[in-house]
Write a protein that binds this ligand. Sequence first.
Ligand SMILES: [Zn+2]
Length: 289
Amino acid sequence: MSEEINNQDKVQAIDNNSVLNAFKQALGTQVLKVYVNSLEREVNFKEVSVVEQKTLSKTMIANEKRRDIIYDVQCSLINRLCLEEGFDIYRLTEFDRIRILMEIYQSNYFKNDITYKCPECGTVNKYHLDFDKIIAKLNDFDLSDRVYNLEDKYRHYNFTLNYPYVRNVSNFYKAYNKKYAHTTQKEQEVLDSMGNIEYVNLFIKQIEMVNKDDPSNRQVADLTMMSYNQIEQLISILPQNIIFSDENGVIKYITSEFIEKINKVFSYEKCAQCGAETTEGIGGIGDFF
Ligand SMILES: [Zn+2]
């Protein structure tokens, strides 16, 4: 008798396995096509499963203050959902990453109500992100390299600028987090402002420096091939004015031409209480799970 039941269970188990497999196959056919700007073509992604979304939300909540972990979790979600062999988001640009994430969120009905605490008055506001609008705005971006020229008495400085590679941003967050460990609130504030500048450095692809009296005296650095520490060192030896000038320094140019532009894509309404602009930074888009 008991053997009979056992057999019945086995048959049932086999049946259910084939049901599961049928579901898997059927679900695997829904494909999201995303245009990836730096590859100049469409790439296929599969749907986010319940288990993937749960793992993602859990990790994000548990690591609220660890931007490095949140960043990598988002990147590995993109890699896991991609149906193309050899695809690696870390080799693409930050713009691609944001664009792909937005399309994945949109097509998977991710929660798009976010709460945001106003930095001016502390009021907690609730906003609704419109993914369609965000994607439409992203489609209007000019993604070609831009060359920004500066000069002082002695030299010409030509900066080639664009959105950074995901790999470099990930390394930046990891290094930044190491600095953050075991710091006081006050030290954190200082590190925060330094960190913002170091983040801006990531947008510099190349620096060319030419001597005015002797143009054959010319140095070129490819920052995309340099480590995070090397970039920091290189920037720190350049003339203060070229980098930091409030008027025309390269940091100011990158902030207004690249970072503020992408932040505006995510700008929400003004604070309901005090009317302050409540634009979140690039990393902030991870906050709305
Ligand atoms: Zn406010």
